[in-house]
Design a protein around this ligand. Sequence first.
Ligand SMILES: O=C(O)CCC(=O)C1=CC=C[C@@H](O)[C@@H]1C(=O)O
Ligand SMILES: [Mg+2]
Length: 321
Amino acid sequence: MRQAQVYRWQIPLDAGVVLRERRLKTRDGLLVHLTEGEREGWGEISPLPGFSLETLDDVQPVVMAWARSWRDGEQPPLPDEPSAAFGLSCALAELSDALPQAADYRAAMLCSGDPDELFAALAALPGEKLAKVKVGLYEAVRDGMVVNLLLESIPDLHLRLDANRAWTPLKAQQFARYVNPAYRPRIAFLEEPCKTREDSLAFARETGITLAWDESLRDADFCFERQPGVGAVVIKPMLTGSLQKVQQQVAAAKALGLTAVISSSIESSLGLTQLARIAAWLTPGTVPGLDTLQLMQTQLLRRWPQSDLPCLQVDALEPLL
Ligand SMILES: O=C(O)CCC(=O)C1=CC=C[C@@H](O)[C@@H]1C(=O)O
Ligand SMILES: [Mg+2]
């Protein structure tokens, strides 16, 4: 016998979470729980404001209708909305044991803000030192100086940078001018420096800094192709769609020799632990970009190892079906 339930949740975020120039005070989403006989599967559906095209209010009725139909014995097709397709496909994959349990809980330390705190935290990182730094929020020159100083003072540090398309070609050049060319190979990649893909490609050509596509993967005209200067794609499954589509994108990237990085869309701990499993399964050997639980004030249902945030249990959630 099948059972299905959908829950809506809201988690307060730390004051400093700013996405696309707006402050995000809470993270909101749905959890779906499917059971069939002894088996069960959970999935998270949490469109990311400013990044997802669909809203939570759009997908809630879609997910509820899908869950009712599945519970009644049908095999409804996955919805078109990427967040709904992703969460429902995860719940189905857990149910059928298609999503392996082994997880990669390493995360590239996410840094923003105060350079002094940053130095201390980075210097204390054990093992391979890899961090992700947001750029493009302040003056490009300041970003260049901070990145240069980090690479200069921590010689075994590698950085992932992310400008979220903030720069004009001139600003991108101002940034690069302050980063010593000798350190540039330790920039694993810079995500989306410029407003257009053409400008970003030109920047990579001119500076030798490796590019990664993130936002571009959602452009209607994006296709996987070999492009000089591009080294990686950042895949955010909540924005991509079904697990099958995530698998296809990882395979397309690998076939071109690109690094595929599974990255967070600021999911709850339930979604994040599933992303850690997806990363271990599809991109073994590549550290995923999952260091976003620190932005939240609680965990949900499943714990992230080593996090001491409180964890909400299912009885604290309101069922919608
Ligand atoms: O990719 C990572 O290492 C962490 C996730 C991350 O950086 C992001 C998650 C969600 C929205 C963004 O501000 C940001 C990104 O643009 O990649
Ligand atoms: Mg990005």
